[in-house]
Design a protein. Sequence first.
Length: 247
Amino acid sequence: MSKEPDRIFAQPMAQVPDFAFNEDVVRVFPDMIKRSVPGYPTIVENLGVLAAQFAQPNSVLYDLGSSLGAVTQALRRHVRTDGCRVIAVDNSAAMVERCREYLNGQDSMFQELLPVEVIEGDILALDFKPASVVALNFTLQFIAPDQRTALLSRIRQSLLPGGALILSEKLRFNDAEEHALLTDLHVAFKRANGYSELEIAQKRSAIENVMKPDSLEEHRERLLAAGFSKVVPWFQCLNFASLIALP
Ligand SMILES: C[S@@+](CC[C@H](N)C(=O)[O-])C[C@H]1O[C@@H](n2cnc3c(N)ncnc32)[C@H](O)[C@@H]1O
Ligand SMILES: O=C(O)C(=O)C[C@]1(C(=O)O)C=C[C@@H](O)C=C1
């Protein structure tokens, strides 16, 4: 994986453009996401551990909004179920190209990994195959809010008995004091990881139009409305959380 440090927002910008998963972001993405999302390495590795418990023989494991394939690689490290294959989907051409390179690297280092297909495409237009594990790792927050229930319903329809959706998201909080505290602590986390006040402020304006976090309550209600029967949070670090949703 690229070790290039994220300096995308380090210089003052006259106008901060909306955040996009372009070439510049792809180059620094491993560094950016690790320094921006508290608990990210723990979530990714354990997503593989969880997936191994839900994987059903001869089914598909989806990594939706796969970026550079960190989740796909974790699925391939942990899932040993017969006949499973991974389908990773992302609509950023730059991400998909680099993701394929990294997965070729994983294939050359390890034997007997699950087969994987990386699709460049919109997850809203995906024709889902019967799946036992679907991972949405910090992807739903970038989907237009009015499209989210329909997407989750389609995922629910594709899930086999015994399977699970694993959904990780940045959260907002309905309680203003809780929201302010966890937002401040997230800023402290970024500062501790070497981001300047300018970088933090410019990144905030870049993502505010494109990334719309929901509260835990909204996630729970929407997942139930989409047909899931049970929603179990398994991880939270500051304002970032991951949930298991059972069909
Ligand atoms: C924060 S990143 C996901 C990080 C990744 N899952 C990981 O764990 O490293 C969000 C990704 O979702 C992708 N994305 C956003 N909207 C999408 C859509 N409609 N269809 C497919 N991919 C999408 C972006 O291109 C981006 O790569
Ligand atoms: O909230 C922030 O400041 C973030 O940087 C979060 C976040 C994310 O949650 O996906 C936003 C964009 C990048 O993909 C990396 C991290």
